[in-house]
Design a protein around this ligand. Sequence first.
Ligand SMILES: [Zn+2]
Length: 211
Amino acid sequence: MCDTLRVRWTVTPKTAPQPWIACGGCGGFRAFRSSDKIRLNANGRRLDAWLIYKCLACDKTWNRPLFERQNVRDIDPAVLHALQSNDPEWIRTESFNIEALKRKTERIDEFPEFDLVREVLRETAGWTRMEIELAVPLPVGIRLDRLLASGLEMSRTRLQALHEKGLLRAHPDRAGLLRRRIRTGVEVMVDLSAVPDRELSWGPLATGSPR
Ligand SMILES: [Zn+2]
C-alpha cells in the first residue's frame, strides 16, 4: 500500500549454540564451543567429516560428525568444496544446526545476542503504517517481542499494549505471536496513523537511518 513504510530486518545471532557433552579431558559434563574448523579423513572414496568443538573448561576437543564413511560421489559438490576449502560461511551455518546438535545431547545453550541489519524496501512521504519483514537466515532463540523492543527501542509492555489495541499485528497471526521465536517470513504491521511524530520517532529506528 502507498501509505506504508516497508523495511526488511535481517537478524543474525552472534554466538553459535553450545552443546553440553561429557568431556574426555576434564571429566565433567561441559559446554563445548565450535572451533569453526572442520576435520576431514578420506579413505579411498569414503569421507569422514567432523566439526570440531572445544570444552570451555579444558579445551579438549569433541568432534561432531557431519559425514561418516560417505561415498564422495554422494556428497553435493558444493558441500564437498566447502568442506575441502574450510569455507567459513558454510561452517558457521553448520555450527547453528540445532537439529543435528539435539541428536547428540539434550542440553544446548543458545545465546540471545544478535546483529540487526535494516533495509528500506519502500518509503512513501507521509506514510502512516509500518511493515517489517523478517529475514532470519540462521536459527536464533529470540522472541519477537524482544527483537522489536530492541530494534524499536521501546518496552515490551508498550508493544503488548499496541498488540492488544490491534495496532500491532503480525503475519502469520498465531496465538502468542509476540512470545514466539522469530523466523524468516514473519511480517509485523504497525498502524501509526495516531502517532503524529511517527516519521521522526519510529522511522529512523525502523530504517536504521540516523536521526
Ligand atoms: Zn573439559
